[in-house]
Design a protein around this ligand. Structure first.
Ligand SMILES: Nc1ncnc2c1ncn2[C@@H]1O[C@H](COP(=O)(O)OP(=O)(O)OP(=O)(O)O)[C@@H](O)[C@H]1O
Ligand SMILES: [Mg+2]
Length: 359
């Protein structure tokens, strides 16, 4: 995957921009609040996913402007493509000028991985973040996966709403049946996608973490299933009484987790700050490797403010790992880029991207 040009207007704090990045490393330096992350966010939106900052679509539009318009030309699957995005109340996506059914349809056209300090939450926070990581990663490879997830969540909402009434109307218990059928049918698909994906992730994850930690530590990732095996339908029936009391569904993929352990100890509870950061980074790099092996495309790497938080050994490991990729790397301190042998350096100032120098 290679970006040729990116242009935008009315997007965040960025000045109207036409940008032809280097094929390899692009370093974007600048003081705080100048628009560095905004630029990465603009590129990221072409994966079809929502903003990695969790922003609502409307927040992407520059204050006081009616809409934001972005355009990306890139080569994917050896074909040059032009994608467009406009944001008014919502995002609308175009490919070669033709409107797509939804922005998510861009998935599979353009692929990228993003890593930012907020990704520490992958290790630090609860299971929901790790499920989301798996689901997003799978969606980039299997465009029909989001529809399965949606069908599952719809049935989940319906089962929970019956559960809420069940306390007062025990006679409606049979209403749970069709929703549990649907939960089991979709849930098993989700489980299979996730476990298969995790197998792929594990082909490189331990190696990457081992390298990042200077060959000192071992990382394992295990899928924790709330309903044993594939017997989700039976587990749902068995948990009816308890679930009625909770007015929530206590088993199923929406309660599963990804257990991350460093040398046999849970990273969430025992990992140091630097270890947690390295685990999160290893997950993202392994995600990119899976994407690469499955699609034959090397994703674009968007690394937001990552280098400053890694010691020189870890920095070198990352830079070496992504040596052949197109990379967009932001940092505040230009001295961080001295170690980069090639590529272009730009400065972001007040939303304007100042021309880079070839190194
Ligand atoms: N919709 C918007 N319209 C105009 N300005 C916006 C909008 N959304 C965000 N901004 C502004 O963009 C500025 C730059 O944000 P950005 O996160 O890209 O900074 P940054 O260069 O990554 O800084 P840091 O080094 O602190 O991470 C912020 O000051 C913010 O107020
Ligand atoms: Mg930033």
């Amino acid at each position: 995957m290679r970006i040729h040009t990116f242009s935008c207007r009315g997007f965040r704090n960025l000045q109207p921009l036409e940008f032809s990045p280097d094929a390899g490393m692009n370093v974007i330096c600048g003081e705080n609040a100048q628009g560095k992350t905004n630029l990465l966010e603009g590129l990221w939106l072409f994966t079809g996913a929502k903003s990695f900052r969790g922003a609502k679509d409307g927040e992407l539009i520059r204050f006081g402007e009616p809409k934001a318009e972005l355009e990306l030309t890139f080569t994917g699957e050896e074909v040059e493509k032009t994608a467009g995005l406009t944001v008014e109340e919502r995002r609308v996506a175009f490919l070669h000028g033709k409107k797509l059914p939804s922005p998510a349809s861009l998935a599979g056209q353009f692929c990228a991985i993003v890593f930012s300090p907020a990704d520490l939450s992958l290790v630090r926070d609860g299971p929901a973040v790790r499920r989301r990581f798996l689901d997003l990663a799978i969606s980039q490879i299997y465009p029909n996966y989001p529809a399965i997830l949606r069908a599952y969540l719809r049935a989940l909402g319906q089962r929970n709403s019956v559960l809420r009434d069940l306390k007062y109307h025990p006679e409606i218990e049979a209403l749970l049946d069709p929703f549990e059928d649907e939960l089991a049918a979709q849930g098993i698909k989700i489980l299979r996608y996730r476990t298969r994906y995790l197998e792929r992730l594990r082909e490189t994850l331990p190696k990457i973490y081992h390298g990042l930690s200077g060959q000192r530590e071992t990382l394992t990732a295990e899928y924790l299933c709330s309903a044993e095996g594939e017997n989700l339908r039976a587990a749902l029936v068995a948990s009816r009484r308890q679930d009625c009391h909770l007015a929530a569904t206590s088993v199923g993929p929406h309660r599963d987790d990804l257990a991350l352990q460093i040398d046999g100890m849970p990273a969430r509870n025992y990992g140091s700050q630097g270890q947690k950061r390295s685990v999160a980074l290893a997950l993202k790099l392994a995600e990119a490797d899976v994407l690469r092996r499955m699609t034959g495309e090397t994703p674009v790497a968007l690394l937001d403010d990552v280098m400053s938080e890694l010691d020189p050994g870890r920095q070198d490991y990352v830079l070496n790992h992504i040596r052949d990729w197109q990379v967009f790397l932001t940092c505040c301190d230009p001295s961080n880029v001295v170690r980069l042998a090639q590529g272009a350096v730009y400065e972001m100032r007040g939303g304007a991207l100042l021309p880079g120098q070839k190194r």
